[in-house]
Design a protein around this ligand. Structure first.
Ligand SMILES: *[C@@H]1O[C@H](CO)[C@@H](O)[C@H](O)[C@H]1NC(C)=O
Ligand SMILES: *[C@@H]1O[C@H](CO)[C@@H](O)[C@H](O)[C@H]1NC(C)=O
Ligand SMILES: *[C@@H]1O[C@H](CO)[C@@H](O)[C@H](O)[C@H]1NC(C)=O
Ligand SMILES: *[C@@H]1O[C@H](CO)[C@@H](O)[C@H](O)[C@H]1NC(C)=O
Length: 402
């Protein structure tokens, strides 16, 4: 039985929260699982998605089945080398990646990356894109790669297939509207994924990007014993490890103290002789569905190196097996997204145009029709209407599949 919630009820709950130059139309409430959309759900043939059980959020990272049937990263660090991107394949390459932005703290990071001519990958949260589209526009304009990191940052193995699709596609839609690009790479929050998540991502056209080097910098948000100097300490050790491949490292631009840390970590990697590249560049993938090529990175131009930057030799690799998949326990699904900072109050004046704008037609082509899922798309000129339908979307989500 299908229950339709009255559109009038929905419409009355929409409110306009922001007058910033932002995205148009109505968006699901920020940092909560967004409502599934029928057209998007239909993109995935669920009979081909591996039938891994949906797990309780509280069990993620704790209760592991005896046998890792579904290559469950949170349990065993399992990755599938035919589909997952774990590290840059070529020795000497380093994919620096930041998750959870764009935030006001991304701005200082972008300044630093621009100054040092460093291109990285940002896995962005749809809710942050709606808040800070101009920061995303700047990141794209300056040649960084944008990947998808979901709308509300849940542990994906705890979400239904419809919910996972919604998390990815709502974020894709926000990115499309902000910068006219459709990412081909996604990263699961907390690195929590299994074969079901892989199957969904792959049918939607995304490759999963994980990492082989984790700064654990997110811990600094809550854990007062976390020392920020460990981040540089870790980079200093990693660049000295013998390796036959390159690396992909994980940091976060959600927090001021961690976004700022890039200024210390990046010179360590560059001074050790590594070439920092967006992940798509180091693996030789197209970053977007659209015909866009990211610049080949310029030769490492170490600048602003910390006084104590070690002059470690680039990995002089004795034959040694590639490092084991990061088997470190996933962070407990704490409030990464909920702890999000408020949107930047007065965004800097970025150029309002950017090279890869495909245009509103492309963005709206991907939008679901306004009637299919019982939500309303407002006229294009309303600014950044963020609808307050947490309650209603919950009901819609709950009754949709009865
Ligand atoms: C994946 O691992 C988590 C523990 O991290 C466990 O709770 C869950 O049941 C596992 N899922 C599958 C499909 O094996
Ligand atoms: C990928 O994994 C398969 C099966 O686990 C293995 O046979 C193959 O050698 C691996 N390939 C690489 C490049 O590591
Ligand atoms: C690397 O980071 C871990 C925490 O993630 C920390 O315990 C360790 O001391 C760090 N290593 C260095 C050399 O700072
Ligand atoms: C993609 O862009 C490049 C350079 O702008 C152009 O040479 C090429 O023909 C384009 N390819 C397609 C399929 O449009």
């Amino acid at each position: 039985m299908k229950v339709n919630v009255s559109l009038c009820v929905l419409a009355s709950l929409f409110i306009s929260l922001s007058d910033a130059a932002g995205l148009t139309g109505n968006w699901p409430p920020l940092d909560q699982p967004p409502p599934p959309v029928k057209e998007w759900t239909a993109l995935v043939d669920q009979t081909k998605v591996p039938a891994a059980p949906v797990v309780k959020a509280a069990d993620v990272g704790t209760k592991c089945p005896d046998k890792d049937t579904f290559c469950n990263w949170s349990c065993t660090g399992c990755t599938r080398n035919d589909t997952d991107i774990v590290r840059c394949p070529n020795k000497g390459d380093w994919g620096i990646s930041f998750d959870d932005g764009p935030t006001e703290f991304t701005v200082g990071l972008l300044d630093f990356l621009l100054k040092t001519n460093t291109k990285v990958t940002f896995f962005v949260i749809g809710s942050r894109v709606v808040e800070n589209p101009e920061i995303l526009q700047r990141a794209v304009k300056e040649g960084h790669q944008i990947g998808i990191h979901t709308w509300s940052h849940p542990a994906l193995t705890s979400q239904t297939t419809e919910q996972i699709i919604a998390e990815l596609k709502w974020t894709e839609k926000a990115i499309q509207q902000a910068v006219g690009l459709t990412p081909k790479h996604m990263r699961p929050p907390f690195g929590d994924y299994d074969d079901r998540v892989r199957g969904i991502a792959s049918q939607l056209g995304y490759k999963v990007v994980i990492w082989d080097e984790d700064t654990n910098d997110w811990m600094s948000a809550d854990d007062k014993t976390f020392q920020l100097s460990w981040i540089e300490g870790n980079f200093t050790e990693w660049v000295k490890q013998p390796a036959t491949t390159g690396h992909i490292s994980l940091e976060h631009d959600l927090y001021q103290q961690t976004a700022a840390r890039a200024q210390l970590g990046i010179p360590i990697v560059q001074n050790a002789g590594f070439s920092i590249k967006p992940v798509s560049v180091c693996v030789g993938d197209k970053p977007y569905v659209e015909n866009v090529t990211l610049d080949a990175p310029a030769a490492a131009a170490p600048a602003a190196a910390p006084a104590a930057a070690p002059a470690a030799a680039p990995a002089a690799a004795p034959a040694k097996a590639a490092p084991a998949p990061a088997g470190k326990a996933a962070p407990t699904p704490a409030k990464a997204a909920k702890a999000a900072p408020p949107p930047a109050s007065s965004p800097a004046a970025y150029p309002s145009s950017y090279p890869y704008l495909v245009g509103s037609s492309s963005a709206s082509a991907a939008a679901p029709s306004s009637t299919s899922s019982g939500y309303v798309v407002s006229s294009a000129n309303s600014l950044n209407n963020i609808n307050l339908w947490s309650f209603v979307s919950f009901i819609v989500g709950s009754v949709m599949f009865i």
